[in-house]
Design a protein around this ligand. Structure first.
Ligand code: AMP
Ligand code: MG
Length: 492
């Protein structure tokens, strides 16, 4: 790893330097070749293992924990910070310099009552979901590796500690801006410094004057809308959408009790602590907007509120445009574009109709308690000539499905090359997702037998979620009874 230290060198006062504490008897549980390539690494080796388990120092690393705050479940906490994640610096890769962080690397000044550790089950889940979302083309932070140990940690009972080696283009969160806005005591210099740093590092096409600030916030709004559109299209529920878990780049970030949908359910809640369903699957678009409003509020010392509102107003159209684009690809609807030769009003009407078609489709899935991923995958075997789709056989109210299907077919129109059309559906609808029960089986094998082969197998599978992989077909099945609607705890 070859590091640069821009955050560390340019933002003194935005972090505490803290050395990670080693985990004992470290061993690789998982390793991502794709993530490794992002920072110019190839295969794992012993030296890296010792460095990433904090047994040896990594050359060029500085080791620090960032300070930030955030709105958690709607309430503001005035100081949070990296309580169990220690950043080594920015590792220079062929295209980008990625923050390398040891999540579970030991206590920091921001650990509050926590031990600074991550339990193996949560480290494994973060590793898997990061790499799985990336393979699904969802913008996300990455995981280079997950490292197991025999270090005991206490949660509800005794477990063992692990470290997820996280790569992120940045660890700057909405909560960073909130912290330096609300603790500024009338002085905007720190907030300005942070915005300027963010723009120069990650939005280099923008200026750091007022016009640049407005454009920057507008781009943050767009990136956030795009991220959540991806989540809704792949059926991903993040679970803890606090502002401290929102990356300023619109990358999926800081995974805890996340879950992919098995059965489609708008009000699905995956977080055991979320009693009111604040972060339910269907609430995510609204909650991300709420989070953007909190970010906007924190930026009022630097950006005029009219400009902030104008940028926020673009959230909904961005969300709809992008969600529709993704869903159109999944269902095989003609891809909607605001073509220049079409009048804007006609285009908007078409967009509304397409959206209705998509909403009716998910409503059918919900009413019939159908699996989201598997139902969409059926579109790759749709035979438009005989008008048969196997999905129909799963429906209780056939008349209702037929009615929808007729409208759908009308919109799809004539397909000239059916094979090509089906291939395009299979390239947009994954066969395999990280179902909670699969992650759970991999975790149990490690817990009970120290056997990571299931984890490795699952990770391999999810690297190519759109490929048939016939020998792995059982991994595409709906969960067994014990694995349905698993709700994860936050005690990670
Ligand atoms: P999260 O819900 O994982 O986003 O964490 C919320 C806050 O609690 C962050 O500031 C974390 O760094 C901190 N935190 C979570 N778990 C621990 C832990 N085991 N030790 C110290 N801090 C923690
Ligand atoms: Mg967090």
């Amino acid at each position: 790893m070859r590091f640069k230290q821009d955050f560390f060198e340019q933002l003194a006062g935005f972090y505490s330097q803290v050395y990670p504490q080693a985990i004992s008897n470290p061993h690789w549980l998982g390793w991502s070749d794709e993530a490794a390539a992002l920072i110019g690494l190839d295969k794992p080796n012993d030296q890296l293992l010792m460095q990433l388990s904090a047994n040896h120092a990594a050359e060029g690393a500085t080791y620090y924990a960032q300070v930030y705050s955030g709105h958690q479940f709607g309430g503001y906490t005035s100081q949070l910070g990296d309580g169990r994640s220690i950043i080594l610096g920015e590792a220079i890769g062929p295209d980008y310099a990625w923050d390398v962080a040891l999540k579970g690397g030991g206590p920091t000044p921001y650990s509050r009552m926590g031990d600074g550790r991550a339990v193996m089950r949560s480290a494994v889940r973060e590793f898997l979901v990061s790499e799985s979302l990336a393979a699904l083309n969802v913008p996300t932070s990455r995981a280079l590796a997950v490292i197991g140990s025999d270090l005991p940690v206490w949660r509800e009972g005794q477990e063992t500690a692990a470290i997820t080696v996280r790569l992120a283009k940045t660890h700057i969160r909405f909560g960073h801006f909130e912290y330096f806005s609300y603790t500024r005591k009338g002085d905007n210099s720190k907030l300005t410094q942070l915005v300027d740093f963010t723009i120069k590092q990650h939005f280099p096409h923008l200026s750091t004057d007022n016009a640049g600030y407005v454009q920057w916030f507008t781009e943050v709004v767009a990136a956030t809308a795009k991220m959540v559109a991806h989540w809704q299209s792949v059926g991903f529920a993040h679970g803890v959408l606090n502002t401290d878990n929102m990356s300023i780049l619109g990358d999926s970030f800081d995974f805890g009790p996340f879950s992919f949908l098995d059965t489609f359910k708008e009000d699905f809640v995956c977080n055991h602590s979320d009693h009111e369903g604040r972060y339910a699957f269907g609430q995510q678009p609204g909650v991300c907007f709420w989070n953007l409003q909190r970010l906007a509020q924190a930026l009022t010392p630097l950006i005029a509120s009219d400009d902030l509102v104008q940028a926020l107003n673009q959230y909904q159209p961005h969300l709809v445009d992008h969600y529709l684009l993704l869903m159109s690809n999944k269902l095989g609807l003609p891809v909607f574009e605001l073509a220049s030769d079409q009048s804007h009003d006609t285009a908007k009407t078409q967009q509304q109709q397409d959206l209705k078609l998509v909403d009716q489709f998910t409503a059918l899935l919900e009413a019939n308690q159908l699996d989201y991923t598997n139902s969409l995958r059926r579109f790759g075997e749709l035979d438009l000539t005989s008008q048969h789709i196997s999905l129909r056989d799963d429906m209780v109210d056939l008349a209702k499905f037929d009615q929808w299907f007729e409208a759908y077919q009308q919109r799809v129109g004539k397909v000239d090359d059916m094979v090509n059309w089906q291939q395009a559906r299979n390239a947009a609808n994954p066969k395999y997702i990280l179902r909670n029960y699969l992650a759970q089986e991999a975790i149990i094998a490690i817990e009970e037998n120290g056997d990571n082969s299931k984890l490795v197998q699952l990770h391999q599978l999810l690297r190519q979620p759109f490929a048939e992989q016939p020998e792995m077909a059982s991994f595409a099945k709906r969960p067994p009874d014990w694995g349905q609607g698993l709700i994860m705890s936050c005690s990670s």
